[in-house]
Design a protein around this ligand. Structure first.
Ligand code: 8X3
Length: 251
């Protein structure tokens, strides 16, 4: 295989980590980004320091993103695939009880963060007239659910940005895709409920959710599709889930 470089945001856990693992085992070169330096170091060790480059930044820091991407060594500059995976939910409240800080975090990370990373990586792809951008959104971006307002809105924005980007890049030879997972058991609920492990556990009670690896396998499939094939959108749910709110829960 030709040398292929994939930049994955939020590569230190969950879907991002599993995507990095599968791609690495398939010979890809991985640029792993995340906020947690120690987790990035652990991934470097796991990959024996081979075919991995790490960038430690918070997707909320636009200037840092830009300087990190622009500062990549020459042999890491040609990014073939960008997986915009970093994102999370903060709080789960009725709109009337919502907290401004939670709303702001979701807008800053899920929307502005994704845009800032894309903005930094895109010039290289445009220059090469090739590339693939895969945005990880959510079933929450197409179906509203109670207490989901700003999370659902942020993921809906990701869907629209993806669609517009595909249109704007149509003449440039760059693929743009979106994967919308349903229930996935990662750190997602723990973050949403601010470390309340008991509450997080209840989310998955009586159902078998997707794993980060399940989603990663589909992302890898999207990356490996033939050059003329773009898997534009995937909605991926566990068997036990029929919609954002309908589950077959065994108690
Ligand atoms: C995660 C899926 O349904 O918990 O994006 O919001 S959901």
């Amino acid at each position: 295989m030709d040398k292929r470089i994939v930049l994955i945001t939020g590569a230190t856990s969950g879907i991002g980590l599993e995507t990095a693992r599968i791609l690495h085992s398939n010979g890809y070169f991985i640029i792993a980004t995340g906020r947690r330096e120690e987790k990035l170091k652990a991934l470097q060790t796991e990959f024996n320091n081979e075919r991995i480059y790490t960038l430690c930044f918070d997707v909320r820091k636009r200037a840092e993103i830009r300087s990190n991407i622009d500062g990549l060594p020459e042999d890491w500059k040609k990014i073939d695939v960008l997986v915009n995976n970093a994102g999370n939910a903060h709080g789960m409240d009725l709109f009337q009880d919502g907290k401004w800080e939670d709303w702001e975090a979701m807008i800053d990370i899920n929307i502005k963060g994704l845009v800032a990373v894309t903005e930094a990586v895109l010039p290289g792809m445009l220059n090469n007239k090739s590339g693939h951008i895969i945005n990880v959104s959510s079933i929450a971006g197409q179906q509203a659910y109670p207490k989901g307002s700003l999370y659902c809105a942020s993921k809906s924005a990701v869907s629209m940005i993806t669609e517009c980007l595909r249109i704007d890049l149509n003449q440039e030879g760059i693929k743009v895709s979106e994967i919308k997972p349903g229930m996935v058991e990662t750190e997602f609920s723990l973050v949403r409920f601010k470390g309340d492990a008991e509450r997080a556990k209840q989310v998955y009670k009586g159902v078998e959710p997707l794993t980060g690896k399940d989603v990663a396998e589909v992302i890898v499939y999207m990356i490996q599709a033939p050059k003329h094939v773009n898997i534009a959108e995937v909605l991926l749910m566990p068997l036990a889930q029929a919609s954002a709110t309908v589950f077959n829960r065994k108690s």
